[in-house]
Design a binder for this molecule. Structure first.
Ligand SMILES: [Fe+2]
Length: 322
């Protein structure tokens, strides 16, 4: 029998705001509790962990995932009856990718969205099919203190809206939709959630599932959500991940959003996904009390003159430039 591996993993950071490649690990071998704890902490710290060259089976992927939590079943994604917790994305000319080329965290319409997702590449296109990730903790830090204070304490509604189109427009389809609406009513989550492991504050709204800010008028809610959604597309908070066969990515669904780039059609891309059960998001208090902001992105308020570094108006006389 194989001995559990020692915990000597290497974490090579790949992005300024998030992401690390994990070296010195073989997911085909058993991992002891100390190793899992090291990965659990690194997962929260780096937000996206990338494991290259892991030629493992579906069962080994599921066994690895179970070490971080119970596997959950997606209510709407097609899944195998024998293995409902596994989602197989097998896209080609006859089965174009659908519904993942939008920024989102997985399944935030649930009261307890998954803590993490593990996606493993089996077949990848020659070019294209990358996945973008963005750190929503960095996105929160990048807001001005005024905006951080404003959005902390707010709550938002999350709904399974993109999946409504999967129901047929007939009596049977409408009955089925009503049944799903009863089982999955809109969930209320804090706009800024406190990460249960890292303690970081995370901007927790996404354009796929977040439909409204509670207690605001339609126009106010739409404007604020649009503003907050734009934080996900800021390049400073992102990485772009290129897949190879046998790459497994384990992302922190509490802290990042992702976007699957649909640029490879009609080439084939086959992936296997599992998700691990998360907890109910916890919010943060409204008043931040002058917390320091370590933004990677300049987003200073008007009037913060000391923050503009070397940029200042130069008093150049016209006669000197003539
Ligand atoms: Fe997703």
């Amino acid at each position: 029998m194989n001995q559990p591996q020692k915990t000597t993993f290497e974490f090579k950071r790949i992005g300024a705001s998030l992401g690390a490649e994990v070296g010195g690990i073989d997911l085909a071998q058993p991992l002891d509790d100390a190793a899992i704890e090291e990965l659990r902490v690194a997962h929260a710290e780096h937000e996206v962990l990338i494991f290259r060259d892991q030629d493992i089976t579906t069962e080994q992927q599921k066994a690895f995932g179970r070490r971080f939590g119970k596997l959950t079943v997606h209510p709407f994604a097609p899944s195998d009856e024998e293995a409902p917790e596994l989602i197989v994305f097998d896209n080609d000319a006859d089965n174009p990718p659908w519904g993942t080329d939008i920024w989102h965290s997985d399944e935030t319409f649930r009261a307890e969205p998954p803590m993490g997702t593990m996606l493993r590449a089996l077949i990848v296109p020659e070019v294209g099919g990358d996945t973008m990730f963005t750190s929503m903790s960095a996105a929160f830090e990048g807001l001005s203190e005024r905006m951080q204070s404003f959005v902390s304490g707010l709550e938002a509604l999350h709904d399974f809206k993109p999946f409504r189109q999967l129901f047929s427009d007939d009596a049977e389809g409408r009955r089925s939709l009503r049944d799903f609406e009863e089982r999955y009513p809109p969930s209320t989550h804090p706009v800024v959630r406190l990460h249960p492991v890292s303690g970081k504050k995370v901007l927790f709204v996404n354009p796929q599932f977040t439909v409204a800010i509670k207690g605001m008028g339609e126009s106010e809610s739409r404007s604020l959500l649009d503003q907050l959604f734009r934080q996900a597309v800021v390049p400073e908070y992102q990485i772009r991940h290129q897949w190879r066969p046998h790459t497994l990515v384990f992302w922190d669904n509490r802290a990042v959003q992702h976007y699957a780039i649909h640029d490879f059609y009609p080439q084939r891309r086959k992936m296997e996904r599992i998700t691990m059960k998360g907890d109910r998001p916890t919010g943060v208090a409204a008043a931040l009390g002058g917390a320091s902001v370590k933004s990677q992105k300049s987003n200073r308020g008007a009037g913060d003159k000391a923050q503009y570094s070397a940029h200042k108006p130069i008093d150049v006389k016209e006669s000197e430039t003539a």
